[in-house]
Design a binder for this molecule. Structure first.
Ligand SMILES: Nc1nc2c(ncn2[C@@H]2O[C@H](COP(=O)(O)OP(=O)(O)OP(=O)(O)O)[C@@H](O)[C@H]2O)c(=O)[nH]1
Ligand SMILES: [Mg+2]
Length: 331
């Protein structure tokens, strides 16, 4: 990466939809080097506001539920039938080392990756869930500035990332498969409350009947849940990524949902809520970094702990240290 890139060139490239510039800008965002962060901030200033409306779709479900396959087929449906652009991102809270399986061996989204209207970005490979998700908010914005109409965000791993992806998306789709085991029931309930659309997936071949049965059971369970903030009633249907007709049918449901949240103003309202949430998260992160950095410079902290005759309550000790930190920062 050049020391100080020509940001006007980068900004123009991104706005013209140049995927190479987009990729480079995302790497900049994901970098934890202070210098890169500074450049990224300047780049955002140059880029200005997103002009084109976009839709953000989170996809969650147990490992192997068929998320990547669904995104690929739905993505191809959108690019081929609607000639609109789609970007695919991933959130991976679970494996900072291996990264997500969005580009795993099983499903590389080969066909979609070759589509000039699609952009696929593997999951960020580093950091905490909060940190990764924060970068994802900026990555989404970059994709929108580059003119992508639909942004798909695939979660990798289950149990931690759904609440975060909910905060990143306008629509959350949950993929379930029949016979996935009862141990998931507890988790499922919590996630079902967040979902706007539930797909009983892999509804093909011998599995079709069982999937259709699961649709009515799940629809009953959903009716018992409390009403969503948007006022939308979660819909349940069966789906197979191997069946192009299912893509069309599910697409119509996605469209209905967006029409609903656009007409009652929820899309905008929710995005404002989400921005507030991420603003707070960014501020907390900055403060935390600052405080942790300060603590590292305080070689006497351990001595401070050791010299106390009694072990101090962490609560009390943290207050003492925090006061000292505030005193140091105001000097
Ligand atoms: N029969 C059938 N198989 C499917 C369908 N969708 C996906 N699969 C298969 O299920 C396996 C997992 O699919 P993926 O799309 O990788 O699932 P995923 O949820 O993205 O998996 P992870 O990212 O590893 O959590 C692959 O072998 C797919 O070929 C479907 O609609 N029907
Ligand atoms: Mg996947």
């Amino acid at each position: 990466m050049p020391k100080w890139p020509d940001l006007s060139l980068w900004a123009d490239g991104i706005k013209q939809g140049d995927r190479a510039y987009l990729g480079r800008a995302i790497s900049l965002i994901e970098s934890s080097l202070p210098k890169d962060q500074e450049i990224a901030e300047l780049l955002f200033e140059k880029l200005g506001q997103v002009k084109k409306p976009s839709f953000r779709i989170g996809i969650t479900g147990v490992p192997g539920a068929g998320k990547s396959s669904f995104i690929e087929q739905m993505g191809l449906f959108i690019t081929q039938n609607l000639q609109q652009k789609i970007a695919v991102l991933a959130i991976d809270p679970s494996s900072p080392i291996s990264g997500g399986s969005i580009l795993g061996d099983k499903t590389r989204m080969n066909d979609l990756a070759r589509d000039p209207l699609a952009f696929i970005r593997p999951s960020p490979s580093r950091g905490s869930l909060g940190g990764v998700a924060q970068r994802t908010t900026e990555t989404i914005r970059l994709c929108e500035l580059a003119g992508y109409d639909y942004i798909f965000i695939e979660t990798v791993g289950i149990g931690q990332s759904e609440a975060v992806v909910k905060k990143l998306s306008d629509l959350l789709i949950l993929l379930l498969i029949t016979g996935a085991g009862d141990q998931l029931q507890g988790i499922k309930r919590g996630i079902m409350e967040l979902a706007d659309l539930i797909l009983i997936n892999k509804a093909d071949g011998e599995n079709l009947l069982a999937a259709k049965r699961a649709v009515s059971e799940t629809a009953q369970a959903v009716r018992l849940l409390s009403e969503s903030e948007s006022g939308w009633n979660c819909k349940v249907t069966h789906c197979s990524s191997m069946n192009p007709r299912d893509m069309e049918r599910v697409w119509m449901m996605i469209k209905d949902y967006f029409q609903f949240i656009l007409s009652d103003g929820w899309l905008q309202k929710n995005r404002i809520h989400q921005s507030h949430y991420w603003l707070h998260t960014h501020l907390e992160e900055r403060l935390k970094k600052d405080l942790v950095g300060w603590l590292k410079t305080k070689t006497n902290v351990n001595a401070f702990i050791d010299t106390e005759s009694e072990i101090l309550e962490p609560f009390v000790l943290s207050r003492k240290l925090y006061n000292e930190y505030k005193k140091d920062s105001s000097e």
